[in-house]
Design a binder for this molecule. Structure first.
Ligand code: CTP
Length: 373
């Protein structure tokens, strides 16, 4: 856990959720969540926190949260709150700010994420058997309607199972299956997308196999999908991670396999990755492969590999894309040509020849240009 030097004289501040889980697992936390039993905004405004040695950065009244700058770090302090899911699958409505700690943890997703640790005393507060489930590596929801309230919990379960090597507990697994069989697609897809990104950017074939085999993909797409033969994790490792390319859209190589992502709010760039895939023509030559893939992202090419033609995609990624012509505009000018659109046609002609014979030298290229001008 990030060490925060908090002297809590109120005895009402608790670490909650992931940070407590991670400390018990002995791993570094991605973020630190702190909850105040009562109204955190009033608590902070009254300077009760840390003898007033902090700065308020942001206040979110409806959710009762406040962000402060303290000891050089930004820290979110939440009020204990209870919520109801008035519209299933969408953001909950806050019903009470300043409820008991027990009520606050009961609104959460899994028992292992419903643990609290007193900042004043270090005592672990476990109302739901989270410590036992952590020991047994089990993900257990807190009540039978949990997935109906918030279906993103199904993806969160998948994400945590991959990150920590946990399994769904039996009843949780049955309720997940039941939900996915009777799925109601009226849900907040912005949250679904966030969880898909966090899950699949981990680049895990095991997660993808669960996603397909346990029909979790039904959250996103209504048609039936089979598990492709390719090991996507290995492809991503070789062509995105090892080659130092931007890894932020790895998730689309996995989720793009579903074919229809129309439910997700995609950015222009994400939509382009998928649209490019749909626009790929039948290829008649290596030159065509080169010219088509040259303009596309590696995610699109990997989707083509997985869903259409492995040999063609592999030929481009392993061989063709390394081919570059050596002559440039200056060389053509030196040969007496005036810069014009014709330059592009000449470069394409040389490229076509170089794809046929990659051993061509710069002198060979110049000879070829001479032959045609
Ligand atoms: N939570 C929840 N249901 C959700 C999202 C969050 O109950 N759909 C609760 C969980 O108690 C969770 C906490 O809010 O522990 C914080 O959420 P988040 O930061 O998304 O997850 P962490 O558990 O902190 O895990 P991570 O390590 O990914 O940050």
């Amino acid at each position: 856990m990030n060490i925060l030097k908090i002297n809590d004289t109120s005895n009402k501040l608790y670490y909650v959720g992931g940070v407590v889980r991670d400390e018990l697992l002995g791993i570094e936390s991605l973020d630190v969540d702190i909850t105040y039993v009562g109204n955190a905004i009033d608590f902070v405004k009254n300077n009760d926190f840390n003898d007033g040695q902090f700065e308020i950065l942001q206040i979110n009244e409806p959710f009762g949260t406040v962000r402060i700058l303290f000891d050089g770090q930004e820290v979110d302090i939440a009020s204990t709150r209870s919520e109801i899911y008035e519209k299933k699958g969408h953001l909950p409505t806050v019903t009470k700010i300043g409820c008991s700690l027990k009520e606050d943890v009961l609104r959460r997703d899994f028992t292992v994420n419903a643990l609290a640790k007193s900042i004043a005393t270090g005592e672990i507060v476990d109302y739901v058997g989270g410590v036992e489930d952590l020991k047994n590596k089990k993900l257990r929801i807190l009540h039978d309607k949990s997935f109906i309230d918030d279906p993103t919990r199904i993806l969160r379960g998948l994400k945590f199972s991959v990150r920590f090597g946990f399994e769904l507990e039996e009843n949780t697994k049955n309720l997940q299956e039941k939900y996915l069989k009777n799925i109601n697609h009226d849900m907040c897809y912005k949250r679904v997308k966030k969880e898909l990104i966090e899950t699949f950017n981990l680049n895990s074939q095991a997660a993808f196999e669960k996603f397909i085999n346990e029909k979790i993909y039904k959250l996103v797409c209504e048609k039936n999908v089979e598990l492709p033969n390719e090991n996507i994790e290995n492809l991503v490792k070789k062509y995105i991670i090892s080659s130092g390319k931007n890894p932020q859209n790895i998730w689309l190589v996995y989720v793009g396999v579903l074919g229809d992502l129309s439910k997700l709010p995609l950015t222009k760039n994400e939509q382009k990755i998928l649209n490019d895939f749909s626009s790929i023509p039948e290829f008649k030559s290596d030159f065509e492969i080169y010219k088509t893939f040259e303009k596309m992202s590696v995610e699109t090419i990997l989707l083509y590999w997985i869903l259409k033609d492995k040999k063609i995609a592999q030929k481009y990624l392993d061989k063709l894309f390394k081919i570059k012509i050596e002559i440039n505009g200056n060389d053509l000018v030196k040969m007496g040509l005036k810069p014009s659109k014709k330059f592009g046609e000449i470069f394409d002609y040389i490229l076509e020849k170089k794809i046929e014979t990659p051993t061509l030298t710069k002198n060979d290229e110049i000879k070829l240009v001479r032959d045609i001008i």
